[in-house]
Design a protein around this ligand. Sequence first.
Ligand code: SF4
Ligand code: SF4
Length: 468
Amino acid sequence: MTHYAFRDHRLFTVPDPGGDTLLFGADDASLFTVDETTRAVIQRWRERSAIDLADVPEADREVLQALRDARLLVPQEHRRPPRRAPYDPARIPLGTLVLEAAQACNLRCTYCFAGGGSYGGAARLMDPGLARRAARYLVESSGERQHVTLVLFGGEPLLNLAAIEAAVVEAEDAAREHGKTVTVSMTTNGTRFTPEVLAFLRAHPISLSVSIDGPPELNDANRRFAGSGRGTYEAIVAGLAELREHLPRPPAGRVTLTPEQWHLIPEVFDHVAAMGFLEVGIAPVSPMNAKMLPTPEQERVLLDGFARIAERFVQKAAEGELLRFSNLLDVLARLHVGQVKDVACGAGLGYLAIDSEGRFYLCHRMAGMDHFRVGDLEHGIDHAGIAERLAEQAAPRQDACSKCWARSLCAGGCHHDNHIREHDLGQNPGGMCDFIRGWFEICIRAYAQLRRSADERILAFLAQRAQG
Ligand code: SF4
Ligand code: SF4
């Protein structure tokens, strides 16, 4: 006789019209809409650890059988999937390399996680020869992968045009020689689009992401030039005009906001979206010191701001219009194809950063942090070191994550944020979890509404986005 139990799940109600209940599968990110009768049956039986269908009253049994057919009710012993062994970094070829081409910056943003671009120590630029070797190393360490990604990063990468040009040309050559393809992306502060830079960007297809934090008073509160201390808004607007004139494809916009700015999130989104960006992502600032840690009330304000943009997204989607809010698009795309995260991100697992001295780090945010240094260009990648660092990161949250309904969407959060909060600021693990879960809940509700009302083209866009 088989005893059944519900797989781990969470029920959400969706706002009118419809007032549906959603059932979200915690292990596989599956999403079902359930009617009132089914919801009532689930609520009656969901806490039982062993359900014998033969003992269930007939009216409920039919519903439970349907839930069993949908694999929501499973034999008791399969209720929790077995814990996966950690990935072996040595078996995952390199796919993305972030080049810290300029550990220097012409700005001094108040919230900079990179210590004004240099990641500690003196400002310095990567030698073009090193940039070239790093780009080739990426292609030649990519195993069976057909495609690699080179990310030009800093500081401000455009302070070192010689190195980024060398790296891009070498990556293109190496990819051609090995029958692979390469994508190049760059994050820039948008103040360095000189004629030479524009000529370089015209010659090479590079996906650009330009940082701007909203209207002048908000942007200039935190993003200022080094030296003069002037705000950067005007310079960024001028740079965007140059890009429009010289490049066919607009850049993405990247916004960072500090907690006291979070109440203005929808207005900031509107302002930046109206500047013609391909899409706009908004990041709550990563707290680098205790003063930057948000209060619970500020986190509620942040979620409220995101929820308001999500509502508008759904309304526009019903009219066939796509609101290009990257944060939401990323999660909706994953929900649409049921993409499950079993690691928080690719750091150390096919994704590495290299600094201006040729040292590898787990991720770009950890450049300059000795603890997260994992080899160098001369001696190769320290896979054992990566495995140790990742295990250390996972250990304090393993238990909580394994019981969390959002685990298939989150898988533990940003390693850098977790490290700063827990190691440097002495916070307990899990300090961001309410925010993370609140955000995923907003996305799940938005997705359910989208399924009901969105234009097919928008769903097709999400499917394509999920493929990368
Ligand atoms: S532009 Fe980037 S690297 Fe430069 S100071 Fe601002 S946050 Fe730091
Ligand atoms: S929200 Fe917190 S507990 Fe849940 S998976 Fe993410 S880090 Fe783990």
